[in-house]
Design a protein around this ligand. Structure first.
Ligand SMILES: NC(=O)c1ccc[n+]([C@@H]2O[C@H](COP(=O)([O-])OP(=O)(O)OC[C@H]3O[C@@H](n4cnc5c(N)ncnc54)[C@H](OP(=O)(O)O)[C@@H]3O)[C@@H](O)[C@H]2O)c1
Length: 120
């Protein structure tokens, strides 16, 4: 919660004055499908059985920050989005045994792809 929510909130608050002055300020919160209340509550979802309560709750909180901030900054030129990275082979996931081809089935494999998608 400290890193995924409080950290994002603190950085956002610190950056906001500069973002408001920018011609096209953008805030992209790196969330996860595991933070989706809809997916966590859907027995048909593959995320339904992924019960990482701390992680999932922290990403749900981050999604709430995205929604509330997006509303608060409406009309200022600063756009706020959450993106989900999909499943990627990183330290977080223990560098699982998936090959790049296997990972390819997921929507985004690299942070740059995530950021490109978010800047639409
Ligand atoms: N990998 C996935 O499949 C996946 C899926 C959905 C969402 N995400 C999200 O994508 C983001 C990046 O994750 P990743 O997969 O790239 O994981 P990662 O490789 O483990 O990177 C995590 C980063 O967070 C930093 N960090 C961790 N705890 C910290 C703390 N207490 N204070 C400051 N920095 C801290 C780490 O710094 P150090 O290197 O210095 O430890 C590292 O740079 C996360 O928000 C994660 O929830 C990942």
């Amino acid at each position: 919660m400290d890193v995924n929510f409080i950290g994002a909130l603190a950085v956002t608050q610190a950056m906001l004055p500069l973002l408001k002055e920018a011609p096209a300020g953008r805030i992209v919160n790196l969330s996860s499908s595991l933070g989706s209340l809809t997916l966590n509550g859907d027995p048909a979802s593959t995320y339904y059985s992924q019960r990482f309560i701390g992680y999932n709750a922290s990403k749900a909180a981050l999604n709430m920050l995205t929604i509330q901030l997006s509303e608060e900054l409406h009309g200022t030129g600063v756009v706020v989005n959450s993106v989900s990275a999909g499943f990627a082979k990183t330290d977080l996931t223990g560098y699982s045994n998936m090959t790049p081809e296997e990972v390819h089935g997921f929507p985004y494999n690299t942070l740059s792809q995530v950021m490109n998608q978010a800047s639409l």
